[in-house]
Design a protein around this ligand. Structure first.
Ligand code: PDD
Length: 280
């Protein structure tokens, strides 16, 4: 069924609650987080809240809520929605004011949705997915989890129209990330992924992938790599909160390795399941 939250009030998802002159709606002037719940518990909640606060600071959103306030809000939402396996979407915008570009002097708007979701089908995990490469047409501050996702959506749709799951973005001759994921290659036993910079989002799942690699004694190398290195990789995989760790077995219609999910990807995925179980 799902549950919604708007500025202090829990509401049903179909209730009409946002005035037209709301800056998220009119300008995309806000930030967001997506958090997954397993067994009724939000996974890596502290890391998500830390990133949310960083995003607010980066766009100068005048939040008055503390880390603990966000913790309480999300945990209350999860309890009220009786969310067992599903997603919390939390969005903060620069509030409600007549449309004008400069910052208004009004409180921020906080909204949240809580929805049950389906796990990624086992067949997809076992077979892996295909991806395309696509020019990274986004702005210069991709480290902010901003509401402005138009270039991401347009590139994702190009991928979907070609029967692919994800578009892997290329900026200045190097891979940055996916439209809604971080992307990794495996070559000669090493995991290689784009270093953190203003050109990619610091994924929360990426933190867990790095930790898993360290625990499994697999080298985790943060360096730029080219589309050619991507195509010649032994394994390719992507990560995000929703799909966790997912093998990519074809890029631009070309098979990666043997065209099946790789051993290191599978090991990282298993380790990620351990983290989920330990927390739940
Ligand atoms: N997106 N890079 C981009 C551009 C993303 O949008 C996301 C997540 C990630 C991975 O971040 P994390 O591991 O914290 O989920 C990387 C979410 C899931 C979304 O927009 O729905």
């Amino acid at each position: 069924m799902g549950l919604g939250y708007v500025n202090g009030k829990f509401v049903s998802l179909d209730e009409l609650v946002i005035p037209i002159e709301e800056r998220g709606h009119q300008f995309g002037d806000g930030v967001y987080e997506v958090i997954h719940c397993y067994n009724g518990k939000p996974f890596m909640l502290d890391e998500h809240i830390e990133r949310l606060i960083r995003s607010c600071e980066a766009i100068k959103l005048p939040i008055t809520q503390t880390f603990t306030d966000f913790q309480e809000l999300i945990l209350t939402g999860v309890e009220k929605a009786q969310l067992v396996f599903g997603k919390v979407y939390l969005q903060i915008t620069r509030g409600i004011a007549p449309r004008n570009h400069p910052f208004p002097n009004v409180p921020v708007s906080i909204t949240m949705t809580l929805n049950e979701s389906e796990p990624t089908p086992v067949e997809i995990r076992e077979q892996g997915v295909s991806a395309i490469t696509h020019e990274d047409e986004r702005w210069a501050k991709c480290y902010i989890k901003s509401l402005n996702l138009l270039p991401n959506i347009l590139a994702k749709q190009v991928a979907q129209d070609q029967g692919s799951f994800e578009a892997i973005l290329v900026r200045d001759g190097y891979i940055t990330e996916g439209t809604s994921s971080n992307v990794y290659i495996v070559k000669n036993g090493e995991i290689i992924t784009t270093p953190l910079s203003n050109h990619i989002l610091a994924g929360i799942t990426r933190i867990a992938v790095k930790q898993a690699a360290e625990e499994l004694n697999i080298p985790f190398v943060e360096k730029n790599y080219s589309p050619e290195e991507l195509l010649q990789a032994d394994e390719v995989f992507m990560s995000n909160t929703s799909i966790e760790i997912l093998p990519i077995v074809k890029v631009d219609s070309q098979k990666i390795g043997n065209g099946v999910p790789g051993e290191i990807t599978n090991k990282l995925y298993s380790q990620y399941q351990v983290y989920k179980q330990n927390q739940a």
